[in-house]
Design a protein around this ligand. Sequence first.
Ligand SMILES: N[C@@H](CCC(=O)N[C@@H](CS)C(=O)NCC(=O)O)C(=O)O
Length: 215
Amino acid sequence: MGTTIKVHGTPLSSAFQRAVVCLHEKEVDYELVPVDMRAGAHKQQPFISLNPFGQVPALEHGDLQLFESRAISKYIAEEYAQKGTQLIPTDSKKKAIASVWMEVEAHQFDPVTSKLGWELLFKPMFGLTTDQTVVDEYEAKLVKVLDVYENRLSKSKYLGGDCFTLADLHHLPNLQGLLGTNMKNHIESRPHVKAWVVDITARPAWAKVLAMLKP
Ligand SMILES: N[C@@H](CCC(=O)N[C@@H](CS)C(=O)NCC(=O)O)C(=O)O
């Protein structure tokens, strides 16, 4: 029996979901340590000892403390390489291609979809007004990103290659968010993007994360 992994955060957080879906894919047990973000617990001790930037999630595994959801998922995928779904290719060239698409997610997809999620999902949830100018600007950026994805996915079943990898997994939270907005039209009008989204959002590991959001 190894030391239990602790994940600090809240299931409403997309970055928390990214870390936790990885644990489910690897079939690794963990303990959820709730962080009351409404009360500002993420900006105070003890949480800021785990992440000085005051953002969830953070992970503890024995002496190891991590933050940044993508660094957490990479650690889990490597630490538990022999368990559950293989999420990082072993061949160095295949691994490099998967890395490219992990970077694309972090630097092209996430900034655009996080902004749209804030305007279209979170602002209404918090009683704030959506800024349509921002939505229009970021919708145009989303269209450009999804055109690149449509081209990539017409040649490759998954972004990183023939198999599901972290490159796909990292997209799950923000893709799910887009599906809850009118931006879903941009997914549904692109057949390869649509098939990829249907496939990866149907994974049992993702269903377990969505179940955490049910009251
Ligand atoms: N790049 C970070 C982003 C983490 C992040 O933005 N977390 C949000 C919740 S999804 C948060 O804690 N927001 C509170 C804040 O920034 O003050 C990661 O992937 O872990």
